[in-house]
Design a protein around this ligand. Structure first.
Ligand code: ADP
Length: 492
């Protein structure tokens, strides 16, 4: 987990959450089982075979030779056939994983499923997937059944052969009845153990496969973030940021340049708004600030020093993001706010919630700060969740803020509370605002208009409104048209 959680963002676009989950649960359980019971069992059977064969040889080498001529070839066939069975068993596991993905997806997006009334569609999808499990499981069962019938037939066949030879030898006084009985017992033990070896062997093979997959993850290079909690505020930035000819394409889509030669400069404490149609690259730009990815060319600098020269943990500790859709962890409201600075005192948490305009609504819950939220707790509204995120950011006290404005509009009262809290939070910090409602960024020091990854326009509100065919001006007029007509009697 410590390796996974430190992986770079590019890793998570290649590996789905469900896959990684199965690495951590299924693969590790597999290795655990093999190391605890599997290997012990293997050793036990191995010792029985060695001890048993020795005893058999001591009793009658003639009979032993006969047995050894029959049993090892059967064992060889078993090993060969065992491989085929394993392929079937892997197939079943893969089909089970496929069906689990469907369950995971529909449960996570249950509101989507319901709003599209796609329950029947999902049920059908799951039925098809489980149908495939059944097909694979039947093939597996058939091959296993054939295998075991064959082995049992061979074993009993050889026992009968050996008993018959033993009786012959007893009749000819080459072997006493007691020795014959002993021989039979040892043979039984040895055969049972040899019969169990393919199963053990298969389990060890599966564990080898599982550890290979785990090793693949352990061999990846994680980000150089600190594994221990680091005291915040040690290497505080002033908050000057500059982009110098930054171009970027995602590692998963190298042929498509998302950002093209972006250059701008922000002084400490300024507010810079990023505006542009959806898909123009605003969130990508925020991701580059946080060094989720490095630019393909060009540099991003903080306080005139290139981003790459900073320790990654130090750099990210200087930033906080208030995202569009805030994810709350399962736990109390207190835990969720303290996520901004693990270990924060109760007083600091209360103070932060007050600054974030969250204190009042938290106090209305019977359990107050101990109220459980997240999957198993109560659901907070969009505006409330945003204010929790703001309280987190207040606690983190970053030099640089990234605000991704919620696209889904809040009701005007919670919008006012959120905006007021944000305005307070932004004081004295460099703030990047990904703006969807242009009304909130009129006072920004700089507005960067991005379209298709290019900076189209840059300036403050007044300057951009002067551009005759400007994109900002036309977007602005589109958004404000109704209120424009009401509140601007001088137009025309
Ligand atoms: P905006 O925030 O302005 O809506 P984004 O920065 O999210 O735009 O996206 C810009 C472009 O980058 C889009 O074309 C999008 O498809 C692409 N993109 C975003 N994230 C990824 C990713 N993880 N991998 C590949 N392409 C991506």
């Amino acid at each position: 987990f410590s390796q996974l959680v430190r992986m770079p963002m590019s890793f998570f676009s290649k590996n789905t959450a469900a896959e990684l989950n199965s690495r951590i649960s299924a693969d590790i359980t597999q290795i655990g089982d093999t190391l605890t019971t599997g290997i012990a069992e293997f050793l036990r059977q191995f010792l029985i075979i060695v001890g048993g064969v020795t005893m058999i040889c001591l009793i009658s080498w003639k009979l032993a030779l006969l047995m050894l001529a029959v049993v090892p070839p059967i064992a060889l066939i078993a090993v060969f056939y065992g491989r085929k069975i394993r392929a079937h068993s892997r197939n079943v596991q893969d089909r089970v994983a496929d069906s689990n993905i469907i369950v995971g997806e529909s449960m996570m997006g249950i509101s989507n499923v319901k709003s599209f009334t796609n329950e029947a569609y999902e049920i059908d999808r799951y039925r098809t997937a489980t149908g495939k499990i059944v097909e694979a499981a039947i093939r597996y069962a058939l091959s296993r059944g054939t295998f075991f019938s064959f082995i049992i037939f061979c074993l009993f066949g050889s026992i009968i052969l050996i008993v018959w030879s033993g009786v012959q030898m007893t009749v000819h006084h080459e072997l006493s009845a007691g020795e014959m009985l002993q021989f039979m017992f040892y043979t039984l033990f040895v055969s049972a153990s040899i019969g169990g070896i393919p199963e053990q062997y298969a389990q060890i093979q599966r564990a080898v496969g599982a550890s290979e997959r785990i090793m693949e993850i352990l061999d990846e290079v994680p980000e150089s973030v600190s594994e221990q909690l680091k005291a915040p505020g040690l290497n505080r930035l002033t908050g000057n940021v500059s982009f110098n000819n930054v171009s970027f394409s995602y590692p998963s889509r190298k042929d498509f340049t998302v950002l093209k030669a972006i250059s701008f400069e922000v002084k400490a404490g300024e507010t810079i708004a990023l505006v542009g149609p959806s898909g123009s690259g605003k969130s990508t730009l925020a991701g580059l600030l946080l060094r989720f990815y490095d630019p393909s060319s060009g540099q991003i600098s903080f306080d005139r020093k290139e981003a790459r020269e900073y320790d990654l943990t130090d750099l990210r500790q200087n930033m906080a993001i208030v995202p569009q859709d805030v994810l709350l962890f399962g736990g109390t409201i207190r835990d969720n706010i303290a996520y901004g600075r693990p270990g924060a005192s109760q007083d600091d948490i209360i103070e932060a919630s007050k600054k974030a305009n969250a204190f009042e609504f938290i106090e209305t819950f019977p359990d107050k700060f101990d109220t459980l939220v997240g999957d198993r707790g109560i659901q907070l509204s969009g505006g409330q969740r945003q204010r929790i995120a703001i309280a987190r950011a207040v606690l983190k006290d970053p030099a640089i803020l990234i605000l991704d404005e919620a696209t889904s509009s809040l009701d005007s009262e919670s919008e006012r509370l959120v905006q007021e809290a944000l305005d307070k939070l932004m004081v004295g910090r460099t703030s990047f605002v990904i703006a969807h409602r242009l009304s909130t960024i009129r006072n920004a020091d700089k507005i960067v208009v991005i379209e298709k990854g290019l900076v189209r326009e840059m300036g403050n509100h007044a300057e951009l409104m002067l551009l005759e065919n400007g994109l900002y001006r036309s977007l602005s007029q589109l958004q404000f048209q109704p209120s424009f007509a009401e509140s601007a009697p001088t137009v025309g």
